[in-house]
Write a protein that binds this ligand. Structure first.
Ligand code: SF4
Length: 379
């Protein structure tokens, strides 16, 4: 078998998402837009001026799969630390700037791959030109980041409240400033904490331009609320082909943001990474403790990045059907005798309970990952 079952399924026509045709830009060595994979981003919450702490946090993000990371640069001490951060990050670093044009120039000089800055908020034309020159000189992209909570006063007066039209007008206002300065190496976001507003704004923006779009539901909340809001909002947009890169905003660990971002993309077949466990909620028919098994197994295989699917199902009602479409299947059987499937085919029976099931599955998953990696290298 040259591809995993999950990869084979990804090619079904009913699954294919037709992505919006966006122009492609480069954030460091990561392509964003066009047919590039949808990249996953996160943002540090350390003091950027503390390079050591920031680099440590970036490592956590990168281990979780972050393609791009962002650091706030509110002061000169932060941009001074950026040089070391950029050097050690291992992925492109975006400098988050608000208003201070000098911080933008310093960040570009320090090697930031992208500036998150709205040119209309920098001040005079001369300042705008200086920032754009620094971005051009240092191969730095820009993200225009429109947020429903901080729209320009003249747009609030015109539209009366934050609304999709006002957000798109703001985005296009900033975009025009960059275009007028012969700068098109930028992407745009139009985020709101309200899911419906975010969706409507991105849909309108997607229709109004071909710039790559950075998706996000801003201030989405804690782990559960933020995950659900992001999954609904970003999921709807991504399923319509809108979105070239994303950040899930959570009041939770930075690695959680990355993991949730991947799960959203994986659920739509837009990216693949690591072990995807398909498990049932269990009921009176279960033949072993599925919930505890899945909890333990998720932790045991969290380090594996090879894409594969594993079904962990309590009984034959759904166990056989799910096992047919996963790389490894485990279906509970009576009297502690469970059926194991490999590549959709019944392979062997396993006798055991509790930790023994976790150990057995972890072993099978490690073996499968090694096989898949070897096949990838050989091809
Ligand atoms: Fe219950 Fe079996 Fe369905 Fe799991 S697969 S929920 S154990 S009937």
């Amino acid at each position: 078998m040259s591809v995993t079952l999950n990869e084979a399924q990804a090619h079904r026509s009913w699954r294919a998402i037709k992505r919006r045709k966006s122009r492609q830009i480069k954030i460091g060595n990561v392509l964003v837009g066009g047919d590039a994979p949808i990249s996953v981003q996160s943002m540090t919450n350390t003091l950027t001026s503390d390079a050591k702490a920031t680099i440590e946090q970036i490592r956590v993000m990168v281990d979780a799969g972050a393609d791009i990371v962002r650091c706030s640069c509110p002061d000169e001490a932060s941009t001074a630390a950026m040089k070391e951060i950029v050097r050690e990050a291992g992925v492109p670093v975006v400098a988050d700037i608000h208003f201070h044009y000098k911080r933008a120039i310093e960040a570009a000089e320090a090697g930031a791959a992208c500036l998150r800055i709205n040119p209309g908020n920098i001040g005079s034309d001369d300042r705008v030109k200086e920032v754009i020159k620094a971005a051009k000189d240092h191969g730095c992209a820009i993200r225009i980041g429109v947020n429903a909570g901080s729209l320009e006063q003249h747009l609030l007066e015109k539209y009366g409240e934050p609304c999709p039209d006002a957000m798109v007008a703001s985005a296009m206002y900033h975009a025009k400033i960059l275009e007028d300065n012969d700068f098109t190496n930028f992407k745009i976001s139009v985020k709101a904490s309200d899911v419906a507003l975010t969706i409507a704004a991105y849909r309108a923006l997607a229709a109004a331009c071909d710039y790559p779009l950075h998706l996000g539901i801003t201030e989405a909340g804690g782990l559960r609320t933020g995950t659900v809001k992001s999954a609904v909002g970003l999921g709807m947009l991504l399923s319509e082909g809108i979105g070239d890169t994303l950040r899930v905003s959570l009041s939770a660990g930075v690695d959680e943001e990355v993991k949730v971002g991947y799960e959203i993309l994986k659920s739509l077949g837009l990216r693949s990474r690591g072990v995807t466990i398909i498990s049932c909620p269990t009921c009176a028919r279960r033949n072993y403790d599925v919930i505890k098994t899945v909890e333990a197994l998720e932790k045991r295989v969290a380090h594996i990045t090879t894409p594969m699917t594993v079904s962990v199902i309590g009984c034959i009602v759904n166990g056989v059907g799910e096992a047919m479409h996963t790389d490894i299947g485990f279906t509970g059987g009576g009297k502690g005798t469970h059926q194991v499937y490999i590549g959709g085919v019944a392979d062997h029976r396993f006798h055991g309970e509790g930790e023994a099931i976790v150990d057995h599955l972890a072993e099978l998953i490690e073996k499968k990952a090694a096989e898949l990696e070897a096949m990838k290298k050989a091809s």
